[in-house]
Structures are given as C-alpha cells and as structure tokens.
Design a protein around this ligand. Structure first.
Ligand code: SF4
Length: 544
C-alpha cells in the first residue's frame, strides 16, 4: 500500500479541522480511506497534536504553561477554581499560548465560537468564568487580536534599532528590488553572520552549501507569547523581504513560510508580501500552514513536517544535532531573525547593528511586557536597573530567565548576565517566586511538548515531575544529586535537543536555588547542595 507524503495527510487533516473545529474518529477513518492509507497512520499522526482531536460539543479551555505564566503561582483557591472549570469544560494544558498576553492567561472557546482570552486571572475570575460557561456567554472576554501591543522601554528614538522602529511604526520600509537581491547574493557574509549568530546550525553555513529550501518559521523556538509570531503578524512585509534576501544570500531555490494553521489572516498577509518580494528575486515560494505545537525541537519539527516525515522519526534519523542536511537540504530560521535581514544588509542604515544591541521582549513579574534593547553582556545590577522602569514597577527580581536559541536562568546574585544572540524573551521571576514550583510547571510543559518518539523524552519529564512532587510532600526519595544525574542522562540519551531546553533550566534552578527544593540527603535533615556536572557557575558570561 502506498503511503502519501506527510504534507498531503497534514493538509487533509487541517482542512477538516478548519471546517469542523475538531477531528472525530469517523473523520480519521474517512481521511484514511480517501488517501488509501492505514487508519493507524492517521491516528498516529493526529495523536501527536492535541489540538486536532478535542471532542466536539464541550467548551475548551487552553491553559498556558509557558515560563511567564508558570511563574504566577497557583494557590489553593486557584486550584479549587480550576477544578470547578474542569467539570464544565475540556481543559488542555499547552506549552504556551502564542498570542501576546499577560500572566497567567488561558484561552476559552464555546463550541462553534471564536476563542477568547482570560488574562491575568485570579481565583475569583475563574469562578466568574465558570458561571459564564454555565450561561454560555463569554462576551466579557476579549478576542486575542485585541491583546495589547507592546511599547518600547528605555530606548531613545535615535538609538532604536531600525527593525524595532519598523515594528512600532516609526520607520518607513523599502521592499527589496532586483538590485538588493543581487547585492545580497554578491556579498552574503552579513546574512551568514546573522543567521549563524541567531540560529542553531550544526554545520557552518558557507561550508554546508546552498539549501534547497529556506523555511521562515513564524512560531519559532518558544510558543508562549511567540516573538516570531508577533513580528510576523506586525510586519509581514519586512519578514517576507528578509526571507527573500536571506534566500538570495544563501542560494536557496525556494522559500516556505510555515504558519500556524489557525492564523488565516497571517497566511493571507504573508502571501501578499511574499508575492511582492519573491518577484524581485525570481524565487519559488509557498505558505505552508501546519500545527502550532509541533511537539519537538522547532528546527527539527518544522523541517520534518515540511518534508513529510513523522516528527519522532525525523528526530531519530537526525539525532541531537538537528536535521539541517535532510533531503532536500532545508534551512529553518525564525521570523524574528529574518525580520532583521534587510537592515543587516544595509538597507535603510543600521548595518551590523544587531551585534551591539539585542532586541527582545522583557516580561515582568506581574506580566508587564515591553520591548527592550540591551547590549549582549552586562552586570546584573545594570540589567535590573534597565528593567526597573520597564517591567519591574518597583518590584525586585529573584531570577532572570532568558529564552530563545538556548534557555538559561540567572540568579539575582550572579555578577554578569550574558545574553546569547537569538534570545527572544527575558522573563523576570519576582522576589516571591518559588523556584521549585516554577521548575515543576516547566516540566509539565515539557511533557506537553515532547513528541513521545524516544524513551527519555516520553518518560523523563513525568519522572522528574513525580520526584519533585514527592520532595514537595516531604517524602523520602532521591537526593538532588541523583535527580540532577537523572536529568543529565535523559538529556544525553534523548533523540533531539528538546529535553535539554527544559532540563538544563531545571538543573540550574536546583543548583542556584537549593533552598527551594526540600530534598533530604539520604533521609537526613540537612538540605543537600547539588553539585551538578553541568559546569554552570554563578556570574558566568553566558554560552555562545
Ligand atoms: S526528546 Fe524524544 S520525545 Fe522529546 S521531542 Fe525529542 S524525540 Fe520527541
């Protein structure tokens, strides 16, 4: 029996989802028959994406489990209110809600209606939501499109990078013409430097040869308040121009814009923008709608999905260093990196400015979010001073979480903070954050993100979470050293780097905040200080 390429299966599944809002078992069997493939293949494919298979007829709640929302500690009242909601709706915990939002946030939808957002909720608001669900009236909650646009903090207009200025509507933008495309292919070095700084490539770009396909990933490495999605929605024409110019620089024959399947407007905007830009470069292009939560490391997930392979299979073929040289050779870049390309090539000034200033979203302990521009390395005191007016509102930081190409946590006591290129967000964990509770919720998000294609990925997050739960209950169990070793082994044995992105942060939490983890050493009374083999120390300058 012939198996059609995966994109054909994906597009059929997505068109049913768009039409009906869900997929039933009957739908899966119909799809299997129409494509002449085994039903188990359709079930296996759909089971990787929880958003496809929710039952109809009941309200659906999607609770954000991303790092900023995880920092909002649920108390007993919140847990009681949430369990009241669970009896009225299907509750799906997701690794992150992609729309910009404050913390904590959940999305709610009545059958047949558009999704709405409940932002910055407390226990009493959840009780109110339960009553509104009973009344089948969610008109009090905004649609996601109405969520706040972020302001820029602490940057004078004269100092602002041109890409940030374009985002906040203060800079005109010139679409690429044939001259710009020729220039990009004649001297591609600035683009190589940017892509190598911001993305993860196992082989340096010039040595790896020209890719056949350049993918602009509009979700990026982190789903919670995705910066890549935010930028793609705000400036589709700049992102499309950057993608076209990056394709010209790297010699890619085709560009593909990977967009979440439920963002119909973004798909249309990118189509218009791509048509304009690609004509100048005489380039083949396509907009590819796919699942938002590819439960795998993004660069593996997107590339694998594009090339018609089951995600776990791609992970197992490509291993931990990613699939950059799969056939056909594919290069995956986040939209927020491609957004900078026109200026890195000197269009409208700003050439090389990306090295001196990093543009990222800073999220404060109360969910206040602003764009900031920072140098790549600075002392914690300097960083906290810069964030003070922007997002701290007089509060204090306990730790700083950096998210993007790699994820790191810095305790407030660290000397210096190194911000890797490719960092998308900086989340400030406030002085009252219980770091062990935050780490526990990060593990729950990792459970949601993993595709289940390897044993460490399938079993590591729930096993680590269960150990933390036992410790929180004061039960005798493994010590911190054993837990750290278990996490490190799981990272090493996993087929892709997805586990590393969460486990390394959990290990850092245990190392820097042992007082929050009530582990006992061998059943003794003294809290054990973890000595991790990770090599991380306070005050380091950051990995590059
Ligand atoms: S670590 Fe394993 S289970 Fe998790 S996403 Fe990667 S391949 Fe899938």
């Amino acid at each position: 029996m012939n198996v059609p390429p995966q994109p054909e299966l994906a597009s059929t599944v997505l068109s049913v989802c768009r039409e009906k809002g869900h997929l039933s078992g009957q739908d899966m069997e119909t799809i299997a028959r129409s494509l002449h493939i085994p039903t188990s293949l359709v079930y296996g494919f759909c089971s990787q994406f929880p958003e496809f298979t929710r039952p109809p007829g009941r309200p659906l709640l999607r609770v954000c489990m991303g790092p900023a929302c995880a920092a909002a500690e649920p108390d007993a009242d919140m847990e009681r209110a949430m369990s009241g909601l669970e009896s009225r709706a299907d509750v799906l915990r997701v690794a992150g809600l992609t729309w910009p939002h404050g913390s904590p946030t959940l999305a709610v939808r009545l059958p047949g209606e558009e999704e709405r957002m409940v932002q910055g909720y407390r226990a009493n608001q959840l009780e109110e939501l339960a009553m509104n669900l009973d009344r089948k009236d969610l008109s009090a909650y905004p649609f996601p499109e109405a969520m706040a646009e972020y302001e820029v903090a602490g940057v004078d207009r004269g100092e602002m990078s041109p890409w940030l200025a374009s985002l906040v509507g203060r800079e005109p933008f010139l679409p690429p013409d044939a001259v710009a495309v020729r220039e990009a292919s004649r001297d591609p070095s600035p683009v190589y430097e940017l892509l190598e700084g911001e993305c993860v490539f196992p082989i340096p770009l010039p040595q790896s040869g020209p890719p056949e396909i350049l993918v602009c990933d509009t979700v990026g490495p982190s789903t919670e308040g995705s910066v890549d999605l935010l930028v793609a929605q705000a400036c589709p024409h700049v992102v499309a121009a950057g993608t076209v110019l990056a394709a010209a620089a790297t010699g890619a024959k085709k560009v593909v814009f990977f967009v979440p399947w439920d963002r119909v407007e973004l798909e249309a905007d990118l189509r218009r923008a791509a048509e304009e830009g690609a004509a100048a470069a005489d380039l083949e292009w396509e907009v590819f709608p796919g699942p938002t939560y590819i439960p795998c490391h993004r660069e593996i997930g997107v590339a694998a999905f594009m090339q018609g392979m089951m995600l776990w299979r791609a992970a197992s073929i490509c291993g931990r260093d990613g699939p950059m040289r799969l056939h056909p050779p594919t290069l995956v870049c986040g939209a927020s990196t491609l957004w900078k390309v026109p200026w890195v090539l000197g269009r409208g000034g700003g050439k090389e400015g990306w090295k001196e200033r990093l543009t990222l979203l800073a999220v404060g302990p109360k969910g206040v979010t602003r764009w900031v521009e920072l140098p790549p390395a600075l002392s914690v005191a300097e960083l906290v001073a810069r964030l003070s007016d922007a997002v701290l509102n007089g509060g204090r930081a306990r730790a700083l979480y950096l998210e993007g190409k790699e994820n790191r946590i810095y305790p407030e006591a660290a000397d210096r903070v190194g911000i890797p290129y490719g960092t998308r967000r900086l989340v400030v964990l406030g002085e009252d954050t219980h770091i062990a509770g935050w780490a526990r919720r990060m593990l729950s998000a990792a459970e949601e993100e993993c595709c289940g294609g390897c044993t460490p990925g399938r079993t590591g997050p729930p096993a680590a979470a269960s150990i933390l739960d036992s410790a929180a209950r004061g039960e005798k169990g493994e010590g911190m050293r054993e837990v750290a070793i278990m996490l490190e082994r799981a990272e090493l044995l996993a087929l892709c780097p997805q586990l590393l992105r969460t486990f390394s942060v959990v290990r850092e939490c245990m190392e820097f905040f042992p007082e929050d983890f009530s582990f006992r050493s061998g059943g003794g009374e003294q809290t054990e200080r973890m000595v991790s083999g990770s090599g991380n120390t306070h005050g380091m300058g950051g990995r590059r």
